[in-house]
Design a protein around this ligand. Structure first.
Ligand SMILES: [Zn+2]
Length: 76
Protein backbone atom coordinates (compact mmCIF):
# COMPACT_ATOMS: atom_id res chain seq x y z
CA UNK A 1 0.00 0.00 0.00
CA UNK A 2 1.27 3.50 -0.88
CA UNK A 3 0.72 6.67 1.10
CA UNK A 4 -2.30 8.63 -0.19
CA UNK A 5 -0.58 11.91 0.66
CA UNK A 6 3.01 11.56 -0.56
CA UNK A 7 3.14 8.19 -2.36
CA UNK A 8 5.88 6.85 -0.10
CA UNK A 9 5.84 3.20 0.99
CA UNK A 10 3.93 2.24 4.14
CA UNK A 11 4.47 -0.34 6.84
CA UNK A 12 2.05 -2.27 9.07
CA UNK A 13 1.45 -0.75 12.47
CA UNK A 14 -1.29 -0.23 15.05
CA UNK A 15 -3.04 2.97 15.99
CA UNK A 16 -5.35 4.37 18.66
CA UNK A 17 -8.37 6.43 17.61
CA UNK A 18 -10.46 8.74 19.79
CA UNK A 19 -13.94 9.36 18.38
CA UNK A 20 -16.29 11.96 19.80
CA UNK A 21 -19.85 10.72 19.64
CA UNK A 22 -23.13 12.63 19.71
CA UNK A 23 -23.90 13.83 23.23
CA UNK A 24 -20.27 14.42 24.09
CA UNK A 25 -19.41 10.75 24.66
CA UNK A 26 -15.89 9.68 23.87
CA UNK A 27 -14.93 6.37 22.31
CA UNK A 28 -11.32 5.26 22.35
CA UNK A 29 -10.32 2.30 20.17
CA UNK A 30 -6.89 0.80 20.76
CA UNK A 31 -4.71 -1.57 18.75
CA UNK A 32 -6.31 -0.81 15.38
CA UNK A 33 -4.29 -2.46 12.59
CA UNK A 34 -3.21 0.19 10.10
CA UNK A 35 -0.61 1.13 7.51
CA UNK A 36 1.67 3.98 8.42
CA UNK A 37 3.67 6.08 5.97
CA UNK A 38 7.44 5.90 6.55
CA UNK A 39 7.80 9.48 5.33
CA UNK A 40 4.93 11.65 6.62
CA UNK A 41 3.32 9.38 9.30
CA UNK A 42 -0.04 9.35 7.49
CA UNK A 43 -2.28 6.57 8.87
CA UNK A 44 -4.36 4.42 6.51
CA UNK A 45 -6.91 1.70 7.20
CA UNK A 46 -8.07 -1.07 4.92
CA UNK A 47 -11.76 -1.30 3.93
CA UNK A 48 -12.70 -4.04 6.40
CA UNK A 49 -11.00 -2.22 9.28
CA UNK A 50 -13.00 0.93 8.46
CA UNK A 51 -16.17 -1.19 8.37
CA UNK A 52 -15.39 -2.74 11.75
CA UNK A 53 -14.60 0.66 13.26
CA UNK A 54 -18.02 1.88 12.09
CA UNK A 55 -19.67 -1.11 13.78
CA UNK A 56 -17.76 -0.47 17.02
CA UNK A 57 -18.79 3.19 16.91
CA UNK A 58 -22.46 2.25 16.40
CA UNK A 59 -22.25 -0.13 19.35
CA UNK A 60 -20.72 2.56 21.57
CA UNK A 61 -23.58 4.93 20.65
CA UNK A 62 -26.04 2.27 21.89
CA UNK A 63 -24.18 1.91 25.18
CA UNK A 64 -24.01 5.72 25.47
CA UNK A 65 -21.41 5.78 28.19
CA UNK A 66 -19.43 8.89 28.88
CA UNK A 67 -16.16 7.16 28.10
CA UNK A 68 -15.77 3.85 26.32
CA UNK A 69 -12.40 2.24 25.70
CA UNK A 70 -12.34 -0.68 23.28
CA UNK A 71 -9.46 -2.90 22.30
CA UNK A 72 -9.83 -3.62 18.58
CA UNK A 73 -8.08 -6.98 18.91
CA UNK A 74 -10.55 -8.12 21.60
CA UNK A 75 -13.81 -6.54 20.35
CA UNK A 76 -16.19 -8.84 18.45
ZN1 LIG B 1 3.21 9.87 3.26
Amino acid sequence: MRCIKCGHGTYRSTNTEAVELAGGCLLIIRNIPCYKCGECDEIMYTGDVVERLERLTAKAVELAQELTIVDYAKAA
